[in-house]
Write a protein of this length. Structure first.
Length: 355
């Protein structure tokens, strides 16, 4: 159960480096090849992984055919995911793909269908599940600590999108839109904790502050920077996302509240604690949450590292993924529905997008 697993990383920008360094911190795992069409990113990836020139590729197809890897991690720009994932599935290698699965419902569904019956491990990278306070929140909800879940409220107040190679993340056509690119994480968390089918989405949002003074190839960015999104579920529960990406001074980047028939539990990141409140009016103490397994924290409180521990374990044990492509598909579909709701100023039924 401790055989060494060789990884290839497709896309070695900022998040690709986080994956490389997470893998390097795990016994029995090593990055043996990388690919990226951008020379600067390739250099960064080579420096981070320490691999030889012969294992550095411009194109992902060369990496997949190299025989140098047992598994791949896809960390390329969102709009490239669909085509690359079909090539990865054709290769038969184990893979972990960063979020979002794809930028459109149609592309995401095509990937899910292509991977049906796949012999290798195909893992959806939704690492916010692995942030220690959020993981503890999920555990408490799953164990029934709040009773029957009625409401999930997620607030993310944070800084604007960071610069990326070629400014690809400044345009909705490349990202799928902010509510797909960024917020698929949060819709996934709602789905997981509510445990029911999303049926209707209402959203209000706009680009009010960020990137309006930027011009790339003659065009002003068109990604929204704030929104409220409500998701109704078949079991009567509902979720709320409160997103603001021009609130750099916030004490916590994420605050997540789950209210059930018995109690409420909240998670706070990066203060990294949870807190219970009860229907008799009392509140429990703040409970600090840490995961002693984390040896590389990176940019996400060790979530990418913990995600890789489970991915590696699934490869070694030939067990199903804990986070599936189907879950990634549904998180994208809710984001697409939310953007449609904003564009058309109406509630959107999930049946318009998903059978």
């Amino acid at each position: 159960m401790t055989q060494e697993v060789r990884y290839g990383v497709i896309g070695t920008g900022m998040m690709g480096i986080e994956h490389i360094e997470s893998i390097a911190a795990i016994d029995g795992a090593m990055v043996t090849a990388i690919s990226d069409p951008d020379a600067t990113s390739r250099h960064m990836g080579q420096q981070a992984s320490g691999i030889s020139d012969e294992a550095v590729f411009v194109g992902h197809t060369e990496l997949l055919a190299s025989g140098l890897v047992d598994a791949v991690v896809l960390v390329s720009p969102n709009h490239t995911h669909a085509a690359i994932l079909h090539d990865i599935i054709e290769s038969g290698l184990h893979f972990l793909t960063e979020k979002p699965l794809c930028t459109t419902v149609e592309d995401a569904l095509s990937v899910v269908e292509a991977a049906e019956g796949y012999a290798g491990v195909c893992w959806m990278g939704l690492e916010y599940r692995y942030k220690p306070p959020i993981a503890r929140l999920i555990e408490e909800v799953s164990d029934g600590a709040v009773g029957e879940v009625k409401m999930v409220s997620i607030r993310e107040h944070r800084f604007p999108f960071l610069p990326k190679v070629g400014s690809w993340n400044r345009f909705r056509r490349n990202t799928g839109g902010t509510l797909v690119e960024k917020c698929c994480h949060f819709f996934d968390l709602m789905n997981l904790m509510v445990g029911s089918k999303p049926v209707r989405v209402y959203a209000s949002g706009a680009q009010d502050v960020n990137h309006l003074d930027e011009v790339h190839d003659g065009k002003i960015p068109d990604i929204i920077d704030n929104a409220f999104v409500i998701v109704d579920y078949a079991n009567g529960a509902r979720g709320l996302l409160d997103l603001c990406m021009f609130s750099e001074g916030s004490k916590n980047e994420q605050e997540i509240s789950v209210v059930g028939s018995l109690a409420k539990v909240e998670a706070f990141v990066p203060e990294n604690f949870i807190r219970f409140s009860y229907r008799d009016g009392t509140s429990g103490a703040e409970i600090p949450v840490r995961d002693e397994r984390i040896t590389y924290a990176g940019l996400h409180e060790g979530a990418s590292f913990l995600e890789h521990l489970d991915f590696l374990d699934a490869i070694r044990r030939a067990t199903p993924p804990k986070v599936t492509l189907e879950e990634g598909f549904l998180s994208v579909a809710i984001g697409v529905a939310a953007h449609r709701s904003i564009d058309e100023q109406r509630p959107v039924l999930m049946s318009e997008l998903v059978e």
